[in-house]
Design a protein around this ligand. Structure first.
Ligand SMILES: NC(=O)c1ccc[n+]([C@@H]2O[C@H](COP(=O)([O-])OP(=O)(O)OC[C@H]3O[C@@H](n4cnc5c(N)ncnc54)[C@H](O)[C@@H]3O)[C@@H](O)[C@H]2O)c1
Length: 259
């Protein structure tokens, strides 16, 4: 997919690898000046280098409000503006002792996931909005999940965080629309990244069971999530505000298995 983002200033969190990396790559390829941000310093730097002249790396732990403020202030100071913020950094857990029903769900797991997936997204939106409102322009895209649309069992923290991201996105769209700022989110379904390969897709039986829930019969590719983000941040999406764009091969549209 090709759009014109020539000279637009963009920040992508959690961009060292996975979906965030593909988003950063797509933005840079279409002309944006991209700040690749992540807690993983070496990997983040390597990613920015591979993306070429249009990308730089800045370390930031999104669960730390002060670090987030510093990140967005540094980008604004460098370029004088921020046009695009993609708040993608997120975590979940694959530990069996943390994939449990709510009565046993560890408080620590709840706090850890919420602090990155919900608090972190809030801090990033707040810092991006502060600059964008000044400019009277800008686009924010939050990466949520289908788990925030249709709850998955044994992941109550992740489900709550992502549902919060979707509602928060809508609330911010109402607030910031009059100030020239659009806020949307993308909810990926099961997408091929290192984590999901280890968890499901390297195991043929598990993989088959999982994709049997997906009408398109396969997991998503990170580029397919990046394409949705590209649409929302580009001028093609200029009248789209407060939307949750689900990219899940049809998983959440109904029951795809026979009774
Ligand atoms: N892969 C999927 O199937 C899937 C499905 C639905 C939603 N998502 C969402 O997509 C986003 C990207 O996930 P992914 O699959 O690429 O995972 P990933 O683990 O490959 O990438 C996440 C990145 O975020 C970074 N990160 C983690 N904690 C951070 C923090 N506190 N501050 C800054 N960066 C941090 C990690 O270092 C990593 O580079 C997440 O928000 C995730 O919830 C993924």
């Amino acid at each position: 997919m090709q759009v014109d983002l020539q000279g637009r200033v963009a920040v992508v969190t959690g961009a060292a690898q996975g979906i965030g990396r593909s988003i950063a790559e797509a933005l840079a390829r279409n002309g944006a000046l991209v700040t690749v941000s992540d807690v993983q310093e070496a990997k983040g730097r390597a990613t920015a280098k591979e993306l070429g002249l249009n990308a730089v790396f800045r370390r930031c732990d999104v669960s730390d409000a002060a670090q987030v403020r510093e990140l967005f202030a540094a980008v604004a100071a460098e370029h004088g503006r921020i046009d695009i913020a993609v708040n993608n950094a997120g975590i979940n857990t694959d530990k069996p002792e943390e994939r449990v029903t709510v009565d046993q769900y560890p408080d620590e797991t709840w706090r850890r996931i919420l602090s990155v997936d919900l608090d972190g997204t809030f801090y990033c939106c707040k810092a991006a909005a502060a600059q964008m409102v000044k400019q009277r322009s800008g686009v924010i895209v939050n990466i949520a999940s289908i788990a925030g649309v249709v709850p998955l069992r044994l992941q109550v923290g992740f489900v709550a965080a992502k549902a919060g991201v979707i509602r928060m996105t809508e609330a911010m769209a109402c607030e910031l629309g009059p100030m020239g700022v659009r806020v949307n989110c993308v909810s990926p379904g099961s997408t091929l990244v290192e984590g999901t390969r280890q968890l499901f897709y390297n195991n043929k039986e598990l993989a088959q069971r999982l994709v049997s829930f997906i009408p398109q019969g396969r997991p998503g590719e990170t580029d397919e999530i990046a394409a949705a983000v590209l649409y929302l941040v580009s001028d093609a999406g200029s009248y789209v505000n407060g939307h949750n764009l689900i990219v899940d091969g049809g998983w959440t549209c109904g029951f795809s298995r026979d009774f």
